[in-house]
Design a protein around this ligand. Sequence first.
Ligand SMILES: C[S@@+](CC[C@H](N)C(=O)[O-])C[C@H]1O[C@@H](n2cnc3c(N)ncnc32)[C@H](O)[C@@H]1O
Length: 233
Amino acid sequence: MSSELISALISRVSKQGLSYLDKAALAELGETVIAIEEQQIPGIVLEAGCALGGSGIVIAASKALSRDFYIYDVFGMIPPPSRHDGADVFERYALIKSGKSSGINGEMYYGYENDLYEKVRKNFKDFGFDPAQQNIHFTKGLYEHSLHVHSSVAFAHIDCDWYESVTTCLQRIEPWLATNGILVIDDYDTWSGCRTAVDEYFSDKKKHFSFERKSRLHIKKISAEPKHENHHF
Ligand SMILES: C[S@@+](CC[C@H](N)C(=O)[O-])C[C@H]1O[C@@H](n2cnc3c(N)ncnc32)[C@H](O)[C@@H]1O
């Protein structure tokens, strides 16, 4: 899709309240996927945390038609935080649990939807995406049970808020990340548990990655990690 069309699509996603990312962040996400295509980085593209589908629609519009795009989400209520998350997260989760959280643009919070899975599929369809034709695959379930990667990953958007979710994603996705492949971490500057998860995960792997602060944290694999690296010297 041309950059003009993607820009129009981002305006529509934003106007319809389909993403927590603002227009600039959505544009940055799209540009990152387009760069992955231009550099012909091998592998699938992936999103962990789709909510109403807004960022996923932008990724779908930016990827090559033939490239597989896997979307993972519980498509329901976000799971509870753990002891590794901070007070900010527990406060947010308490509001969600109370049933009083409002959604984007004052609409219903996505976690209260009766059938979020079907709603998201409809959102993709309304934007002209036919998952079967365009190699878009939805997987419903908690990452702990459902997120299993078995092929090279060119790009992953990790947007799932809490410590355990982000940790599971990193553990399952990063080992498959292609050289020059990119992970975009949405919540590094938003939720304490996400930041802890990323800092912990990469603490002994830093030399193999570049870390770039854009509107979100972009992590690029610059060299493959030897299988049996000794981290203790
Ligand atoms: C902030 S929302 C994603 C926002 C979306 N990318 C957008 O454009 O607005 C985070 C999503 O991650 C999902 N999520 C978080 N932890 C999860 C887990 N462990 N398993 C499955 N889904 C999870 C939530 O249910 C929610 O749909």
